[in-house]
Write a protein that binds this ligand. Structure first.
Ligand SMILES: Cc1cc2nc3c(=O)[nH]c(=O)nc-3n(C[C@H](O)[C@H](O)[C@H](O)COP(=O)(O)OP(=O)(O)OC[C@H]3O[C@@H](n4cnc5c(N)ncnc54)[C@H](O)[C@@H]3O)c2cc1C
Length: 442
């Protein structure tokens, strides 16, 4: 598309996180000018904007990163293929599920993704970032927003990509005539703590000789009575670069005091070959916070749309950002096919939005371990050809064919079918028993 063919003049994106930048780069051919508003200063943004945890790129998000033109810059440093193994305890028995994807997933540090995106954005004409911005107001009727330094910014479309605590979302909720602000909520799920452990022989022996980076997720073994009633989850990634180490996120319900949390970790990693002092140091240097979960009845209002964590952020099992990026791909396709901004937003919210709201609901249930018994039933159902793979077992986002629009609809349809079959089998069994008893007594 040449310059004279731009469909629109201005796109404003609030928040220059991964989702904001990916969206801007994908949509650049359609807008003469794109302005990203970023709250942080440039130095902090490029140096601190990362977590201690690597991000996985399943095929769906890899395709969008290629579309955004960032893939080649991204895979230069420290990006590796990873295998993915999920360890689960189902009905008291331990199972290992391995991804059979070939080639397997890639993973990268979030900060590398942010830097690579910024590099591409920096050399793209017509894209600017306003650092240390202060978004004051959005006028949804006049299609303009007010930013302290830039003054009035007119827009043909505005994307709110300002993360879990989105200010755009709050403004949208206030202006929306269809629902009240309380309908957009943040629900606390669990506390988490992330830390980095050197890859000692003890852990390697227990979980295999890792040749490449590997993402593994666990449920904790709780042999100790003290941990009774405490819900704990655990994601661990082995990273070969920059140095061999295990990056660990442990989640637990808020009630767990830090001393007990440390004890639990020591109990879990007791085979790691580290001294208590080394272990203490790793944990004390870790970062901690809370996972929260967003509920929004809609992601759009007039010419404004929410994307990424601001729309459907939730506890991650390694998929929050991947789903965010994949949803940008879905948005992009609808935008390219629609004849106007409102039409694109309406189609996106109805189709992708519904699917993402279901994904978000499912992710919350997953975080609360409410679907656990379902895994075993799905495994049997899959063998009998009744259902497809459970999204948690390399179905969903990790499959080659993942599509945001359909994934959750398929899962809920599968679930319904499976429980219908189970109920019917139960009824048939009960009838059979009744007949046998009747025959025996008569
Ligand atoms: C410990 C931890 C581990 C994680 N691990 C994984 C993982 O393994 N895999 C995975 O896929 N995801 C993971 N995530 C989640 C992932 O990091 C997020 O889903 C992702 O960063 C969301 O991208 P985003 O662009 O939507 O929002 P964000 O990354 O939150 O970016 C929002 C941007 O908007 C800016 N901003 C905020 N408010 C304003 C405002 N009012 N005005 C202007 N700018 C504003 C912020 O400074 C930020 O730059 C993890 C998260 C945490 C906390």
């Amino acid at each position: 598309m040449t310059e004279t063919e731009f469909r629109h003049e201005n796109l404003v994106i609030v928040g220059s996180g991964p989702v904001g930048m990916v969206a801007g780069l994908c949509l650049k051919p359609y807008f003469r000018k794109i302005t990203l508003l970023e709250r942080q200063c440039k130095e902090d943004f490029l140096s601190k904007n990362g977590y201690s945890f690597p991000i996985l790129f399943p095929p769906a998000s890899e395709a969008v990163l290629k579309q955004a033109g960032v893939w080649d810059d991204l895979i230069v440093d420290n990006c590796e293929y990873t295998g993915l193994t999920v360890y689960k305890t189902i009905m008291g028995k331990e199972y290992q599920f391995k991804s059979d994807m070939e080639p397997a997933l890639r993973s990268h540090w979030r900060s590398n993704l942010v830097r690579a995106l910024h590099k591409v954005l920096d050399r793209t004409e017509g894209m600017d970032i306003v650092w240390e911005c202060n978004l004051q107001d959005i006028d949804f009727d006049k299609n303009e927003c007010h930013e302290e330094k830039s003054g009035v910014l007119p827009f043909d479309m505005l994307i709110g990509a300002d993360g879990m605590y989105s200010r755009t979302r709050r403004m949208l909720a206030k202006a929306h005539d269809m629902y009240k602000e309380e309908q957009i909520t943040l629900e606390h799920i669990r506390a988490w703590r992330a830390f980095n452990l050197p890859a000692t022989d003890g852990i390697r022996k227990k979980y295999g000789e890792f040749k490449h980076s590997q993402h593994i997720s666990f449920e904790f073994h709780k042999d100790n009575e003290e941990f009774h009633d405490i819900r704990i989850g655990h994601v661990m990634t082995y990273m070969d670069k920059p140095k061999p180490s295990f990056n660990v996120i442990v989640t637990c319900n808020e009630a767990m005091p830090f001393d007990l949390f440390k004890k639990l970790n020591k109990n879990f990693f007791s085979f790691s070959g580290m001294t208590d002092e080394e272990m203490d140091e790793c944990m004390d240097n870790g970062i901690s916070g809370k996972f929260e979960h967003v509920h929004t009845p809609t992601f759009t209002y007039k010419n404004v749309v929410l994307l990424g964590d601001s729309a459907h952020g939730f506890l991650s099992e390694g998929d929050a950002l991947s789903v965010g990026i994949a949803s940008v791909g879905s948005f992009y396709r609808k935008f390219a096919a629609a004849s106007s901004v409102p039409e694109a937003l309406k189609t996106y919210d109805e189709k992708t939005g519904t699917s993402l709201r279901l994904y978000s609901k499912w992710a919350r249930d997953r975080a609360n371990a409410e679907y656990r018994s379902e895994l075993g039933l799905f495994a049997v159902g899959e063998k009998l050809g009744i259902v497809s793979k459970h999204p948690s077992m390399f179905g969903g986002i990790y499959s080659d064919t993942f599509d945001v629009d359909t994934c959750m609809h398929l899962y809920y349809a599968d679930r319904k079918r499976l429980f219908r079959v189970i109920n019917a089998t139960g009824v048939a069994f009960a009838v059979l028993c009744a007949v046998i008893v009747w025959l025996a007594v008569s």
